[in-house]
Design a binder for this molecule. Sequence first.
Ligand code: MN
Length: 248
Amino acid sequence: MSALTLFISDLHLDQNRPDSTRAFLNFLDSHASRAQSLYILGDFFDTWIGDDYLRHEPKDAAIEEILTRLKQCTDNGLKLYFMHGNRDFLLGNEFMQRTGGKLLCDPTVIQLGSQPTLLMHGDSLCTQDTEYMNFRAESRSPEWIQDQLSKPISQRIAFAKHLRNVSMKKNSQTAENILDVDYQEVINVMEKHGVTQLIHGHTHRPKIHTISIGTESKKRYVLGDWDNHAWYLSHQCETLQLLRFDYP
Ligand SMILES: [Mn+2]
């Protein structure tokens, strides 16, 4: 049997969404246990205020279980990869050590069967949302991150809540096309990296798009978020499928 590779994103795991955590742990048993590699392409957590939260008492039981189960998977040979999303870009080395995962840059090119494939979270493709692009540039600087991580945990939790509220309000007031990827930016990054396909999440618009560039036909695979449906991409024997299961 040839290698099975799985891709997921946008689970937005959070203590208020125990059904999604349960669905993910079930997914590890039912799917990831048969896979060679699992790629988690951002927004695995709805917020991540820094790895030092893992040492904060009282411990978050759900997070501890997720870490324990991921470590069991990697100990059993699963190759586990993470990419930052716009919600959990403070995931760092301590988290990777606890899970046995490896943090990938956004973007990263992998060879998937015969296809050079670009992996991204997807937020950097939404170039029409200039307000967000400005915040993204600012908040990914080492200075901003260091400043953020130096703040007390309670203050960071409050700030994360504030960011989430601002984002929800904005998403309800902003045109759909501005919150989606920019088509020209998609073509630009695919050309730049010389790939035949792109896999990303972020927009919560699961779909397989065909992109015609000159005489070439390329594919863009968009993962969906986990909200009573669990979306994933499954690659085996040169076949890449967008699949889902329902929960709870
Ligand atoms: Mn996102």
